[in-house]
Design a protein. Structure first.
Lengths: 499, 499
């Protein structure tokens, strides 16, 4: 049941809950262009904090940023056989470079301005980048090349959802070039471990499982794909980042060779890796509640909101004054604060308003509390309220922000663990995934073939999210027999219904 | 004369000098897509510093960032009459959303995936944004809306030049909404004064003249356009930023009305303003020399480069050690430093290499100087070298960085003043602009009509760059007679050949 202020509850309709939350929390909006979203200031502020944290990690691991063209010549997609299968289908195709007045009224593409070769709006940039690297790499001394780009990409998705699946989205894509397979392997894992996992767990407060994708789920054109997988509150898996070891595939497709230390020509090894605005969808799915968005403190554009009360000017002067004293101290400590000075809205309205937008801490500053030398500090994640002495408020709030960040991660981890199980019979497996909704993570044995993976997916809608790099329990790494075919299996893999 | 290391001199061929410099300084590269550039890491690092400084200024003046779609429905361009004239001509038109195998080989746009309405890759976003604002603005309480976006845009330019004029470029575009004409006017001027002028002069070290554009040169769809104009070393004008007061034009085109305090429906007032990667071209044109790029310290991705010398390991250990001591101290002070540890390249090669890339200060660390307890500190802008005691080095370098920033601005200002003159006869005016090249800024009287402006442009290639907001000399504000027609003129305006 949705009202002007509230949103549908998760239990009532999880999907509606998500859609309404994104709109009412001022994170994003639909646009006039099918499948494209508007990222509103509050949502974009979150994305800027994500970008800053990730960018710092990329730079700390030796990467630099650059920018490559938005357009990719059509023929480039024809060069890497697997890649064309994966990416040259649903995409935005530019065919003309001019509009002219239409005799029937309005404007039309000018037939005389038809491009000799169509341009594709990049769905990902491996092809245009490796075509460029060809000119930049001659010798082992030019390697490694460790470049990242922040950009928009377009994939013409048929069914779109704000943040989770949009025709245009924002992302970063790293594209690195290396002299050896081993070096590229180290790079792909460095990104997975030191950037993506760290970011998901320490900033988003979302626990993730690191793993390698099956052949069926890997990136089109990769040797192998690493990923991090998170769990949503409706018990589905959501991929939160991928890091691909591309082998020599793109170097061969674009003829990128280098003279190695032994003075021999060799093809370059590559990685690529990316995370996108989809992470905002992941964040919502992991933490939010029926009152709206719940943001981890590290990523909230506003970390603390002050609501000073009082109907008469003299009282407001007191409560605003007390708010300012505390907020100035917080600002000095680098905390992002906001004071809600709107005069026509009630405190109750303001509480709901900022709860919907996920602000981690609310400080209620009322005249009676001030008489007692205190304010009320409310946590968004738990709803807990406490009375804090004015002099202690700034310190207590900073401690609480750290505590909220930690508690959000711990709760998400507990939730994931409680919804992860091991299944050893096909009957139980089918039953587990029988309902419409998600069923958590299921660790089961699989014979390693794409054929079996496909049959399982058809029968249950559960797919292999990843083969964990580290077993969740030691026994997960022991061999067994495939849940469907009974053939030998090397280890348990994670099955789930996925976003 | 261009060699492997050097570039054509400015006096020999200014245009070639510029093109070679951009490539050899590792700022940008040509791409496989006509008119689109690759911004290389060194150039992108510069852009990131520009972004950071500008973004901080936008936020300090109350703005927030958001993101709007890349695509604009064709019909949106038909809604604002002047705007369609200006922007709906040379643009990238998306007509299909899928590729399919071509029976003749390769891929082709799928005729079954033709869009019912073509999409234009945004050349600027007024239309899609005002279509969105329609839903966001109902009451005066929703105003002002102070939003900026960092984005890529595409204008299908016929003649392109790296940074200066590319089919795709990166920029920021601010789009604000206000309740009154006066408030929008204040906004447009705040951006011009507190952001753009400040950025150009304090960061880029480029003096600019603030002015208003003539009707003929204003933004398509604006009420009036403010701009800042800089001078290049070949004596042309280059526009370094524009801030438009859009009046109610876009609000009317997209039906954006609000209920004002008097409870009446009224159309919203708008501004838009932008600067782009073209600023990098401006920067090069303002300061660089025949040895390559000269970057102002505040925008150089590397501010100080250390070149430790020595052929044997023991010597190198000493010189690298001394470099590290100084560079650690600089890093602590927030200075961006780099030590060139390449072993196979000579010091001379390295000097040229970093000079080409514009690094403001080079520190030469040689064994003999170390014996004397000193290093050599060389300025990129003047070529001056000085011997500095090891213990004083970090302090001296910081002072020098500030000095270089200041000196670069002062020299550019002196250059501009020396190449600005007042002309009062048509004969002298024609003669001034007779040559192929630029002729500096000419302050002359003009009768205020677009007709006269066009005739002057046809006859001399000189255009009105702006009507200065503040007279350069008090007499510039006095009335006179038009240089061409002899009709009355309110004040002198700036004529120049422009990029």
């Amino acid at each position: 049941m949705s009202s002007n202020l509230g949103i549908t509850s998760r239990s009532e309709n999880y999907s509606e809950w998500y859609n309404e939350l994104v709109l009412k929390a001022d994170l994003a909006d639909y646009s006039a262009v099918r499948g494209c979203m508007v990222i509103k200031p509050h949502g974009y502020g979150l994305w800027e904090l994500m970008q800053r944290a990730l960018d710092d990690m990329f730079k700390a691991t030796g990467h630099v940023n650059a920018y490559f063209p938005l357009f990719i010549p059509k023929s480039f997609f024809e060069k890497e056989a697997e890649h064309v299968e994966g990416f040259a289908k649903e995409c935005a195709v530019v065919t003309h470079h001019r509009l002219k007045p239409n005799p029937a009224g309005g404007l039309m593409p000018d037939p005389e301005a038809k491009l000799s070769e169509e341009l594709i709006v990049r769905p990902t940039s491996e092809t245009i980048i490796w075509n460029t690297y060809k000119d930049w790499i001659q010798s082992y001394r030019d390697l490694p090349l460790l470049i990242n780009q922040w950009a928009n990409v377009v994939r013409w998705e048929l069914r779109t959802r704000l943040f989770l699946r949009t025709a245009e989205f924002l992302w970063q894509e790293g594209h690195t070039a290396h002299a050896t397979f081993e070096e590229a392997e180290t790079e792909a894992l460095t990104i997975l471990n030191e950037c993506y996992t760290k970011f998901a767990e320490e900033y988003m407060a979302v626990p993730v499982i690191k793993g390698v994708k099956s052949e069926g789920e890997k990136f089109a054109g990769a040797d192998h794909t690493y990923c991090i997988e998170a769990m949503t509150q409706d018990l589905r898996a959501i991929q939160a980042g991928t890091s691909h070891h591309l082998g020599q595939n793109f170097a061969k497709a674009f003829g990128v060779q280098f003279v190695n230390k032994e003075n021999q020509l060799e093809y370059v090894y590559a990685t690529s890796w990316g995370v996108s605005t989809r992470l905002i969808g992941t964040l919502i799915m992991a933490h939010s509640d029926d009152k709206g968005f719940v943001s981890p403190p590290k990523l909230s554009p506003i970390q603390v909101v002050f609501v000073p009360m009082g109907r008469d000017e003299a009282t407001r002067e007191r409560t605003v004054g007390a708010s300012t004293t505390i907020s100035d101290e917080l600002k000095k400590a680098g905390i992002r604060v906001k004071t809600d000075l709107r005069e026509k809205e009630s405190p109750g309205f303001k509480y709901n308003y900022w709860e919907m937008r996920g602000i981690p801490i609310r400080v209620e500053v009322g005249p009676r509390d001030l008489d007692a030398g205190t304010v009320i500090v409310a946590r968004r994640d738990t709803g807990d309220k406490e009375t804090v002495a004015l002099a202690d408020a700034a310190g207590r709030i900073q401690t609480l922000l750290d505590q909220i960040q930690k508690d959000m991660f711990d709760r998400a981890l507990e939730f994931r663990n409680a919804n992860t199980k091991r299944v050893d019979t096909w009957e139980e497996f089918e039953q587990t995934f029988a309902g419409e909704g998600g069923a958590g993570f299921v660790l089961a044995h699989w014979d390693g073939t794409t054929e079996t993976e496909n049959v399982i997916a058809e029968m249950t809608k559960a797919t292999i999210r990843c083969i964990p790099l580290t077993p969740l329990e030691p026994s997960d790494a022991e061999p067994g027999t495939c849940i469907l075919t009974g053939k030998p299996s090397k280890c348990r893999v994670i099955f789930a219904k996925a976003y």
